[in-house]
Design a protein around this ligand. Structure first.
Ligand code: GLC
Length: 469
């Protein structure tokens, strides 16, 4: 079976958020099951040829707006695998900047919309050009959704995976006209286009699959999704368990041997040194996150404050995104210089240190399609504190229950998070129970193989569906 993925991000080549992590890992797991996956993505202005070398395969052209536009197809490989990555290289349209125009990754202007329309239109011809028969188009998020518009009726079936419905991509009449899509409407929602036309839909957790059939999680598309609820599957993401492995992790000051306390203590020392916080014995809370309103950063800032005042905890953060949220975190660090520190930006080493050193990992999201941070944190014995929504609900079991591996709260309110923090502080003082919870967290199977098997079954049923029609 041969599958073509189309996506805007691929970790580690071009990563902004969790979408990239999925595209960088799922194909490898599918390969282990005998499914050949190739990825088609953009060749962005920020591409690092030294790190991720590509070779030029051929040049072609697309009719775009009023004339032909030449583009180059390059081929590289997903590091550490045999997965081929095809890059559409068009310097003005695709390569004019980094992956997205905005730090939050939320589509906000027409140049970005045009970039992904171009990617989709060029992608359609790629399997034919290189002489590979494609069995399934696996499209990811709005960036790849427009591909359905350019396919011929006899093409391979399409699976459109929703990683985040809050980001939809609105194309104006003019932008659409460049791609040859003619409409009377002033604007068209590209995600909707894909959701209506793709052969099948999936999203990254069963709970999110239910939630997006209603408002607010449906983000205005709830009716479209509800109408297709029998053609919608929820499959929880995995994480790259080789990369996020505390036993072998090269970013850490100390790797996990047998004792989690020793492991956490030595990594805490290194982390505190790295970010300039004095050593301390109170529990450490951490976040590694895109800083958007989705992630509940406002809740963290307000919810933590009373406990910071009491001196009962430490807090470290890493992430970037919405300037107002970046500022709120920086202000918190200014107000509590001995208890709060962090970095605005992207830093792989610091991220791993936070997973390893933190006792608790905060993810109080407003909504969360799947969430990867809580899965990674669990592997490092950092107990997740999550709001019960989407994939967080599907992956974290409250410590009240058998095999509990985290703390779950419900209302999107600082007080509700506060209650969870109080329970976390109690747990921290009950070392016996803490050890059991950490072990349950460590034992959760978050390997991609489990999810890849579910995708494989879905691909097979789509092929059968296609043959029946
Ligand atoms: C998006 C979602 C996140 C999900 C990721 C990968 O970033 O916000 O919940 O884990 O995509 O599917």
């Amino acid at each position: 079976m041969q599958i073509f993925f189309v996506a805007s991000e691929v970790t580690p080549i071009a990563k902004v958020g969790g979408l990239g992590d999925v595209i960088g890992a799922l194909p490898k797991a599918l390969y282990k099951l005998g499914v050949k996956v190739s990825i088609i993505t953009g060749y962005y202005g920020t591409h690092d040829e030294n790190k991720y070398p590509t070779k030029i395969l051929f040049k072609s052209k697309l009719f775009w707006g009023v004339n032909d536009i030449i583009y180059t197809v390059r081929q590289g490989v997903l590091p550490g695998s045999r997965v081929k990555v095809y890059f559409i290289d068009q310097p003005e349209i695709i390569g004019s900047g980094s992956v997205y125009d905005s730090r939050t990754a939320l589509a906000n202007n027409q140049s970005e919309i045009e970039r992904f329309l171009f990617l989709c239109k060029a992608a359609v011809f790629l399997p034919g050009f290189i002489g590979i028969k494609n069995d399934i188009w696996h499209l990811h998020d709005w960036h790849a959704a427009a591909l359905v518009e350019f396919l011929s009726p006899d093409s391979a079936p399409t699976l459109l995976t929703i990683h985040n419905l809050a980001n939809q991509g609105w194309a104006t009449q003019d932008t659409l006209a460049k791609a040859g899509i003619l409409t009377q409407k002033q604007e068209i929602n590209i995600f909707r286009l894909g959701l209506e036309k793709a052969t099948w839909l999936s999203t990254v957790s069963p709970t999110y699959a239910q939630e997006i059939q209603k408002s607010p999680e449906g983000e205005g598309l709830e009716e479209v999704i509800k109408a297709r609820r029998h053609e919608l599957t929820g499959i929880v993401n995995g994480v790259d368990i080789d990369f996020f492995n505390p036993v072998t992790d090269k970013f850490l000051a100390d790797k996990l041997k047998s004792n989690l306390d020793d492991f956490k203590n030595s990594n805490k020392q290194a982390l505190f040194k790295f970010i300039n916080l004095p050593q301390s014995s109170v529990p450490l809370f951490g976040i590694v996150s895109r800083l958007t309103s989705q992630k509940g950063i406002d809740l963290i800032v307000n919810g933590l404050e009373p406990y910071l005042q009491q001196g009962s905890l430490r807090f470290v953060f890493l992430g970037m995104g919405d300037p107002a949220l970046e500022k709120a975190l920086k202000n918190l660090a200014v107000s509590y210089p001995r208890a709060v520190a962090g970095k605005i930006g992207f830093d792989e080493k610091l991220a791993h240190l936070i997973y390893a050193a933190s006792d608790f990992f905060l993810m109080p999201s407003r909504f969360e399609p799947c969430g990867l941070g809580q899965l990674i944190a669990m592997r490092y014995g950092s107990v997740p504190i999550v709001r019960s929504t989407g994939g967080l609900k599907d992956t974290v079991i409250d410590i009240e229950f058998n095999k509990g591996n985290g703390l779950v709260f419900f209302d999107y309110k600082p007080e509700a998070l506060g209650q969870a923090i109080i329970r976390a502080l109690d747990l921290y003082n009950n070392r016996g129970k803490l050890e059991i919870v950490r072990q349950s967290a460590r034992q959760r199977d978050s390997s991609w193989l489990t999810s890849a098997k579910e995708y494989y079954n879905l691909y097979k049923s789509l092929c059968i569906l296609k043959n029946q029609n």
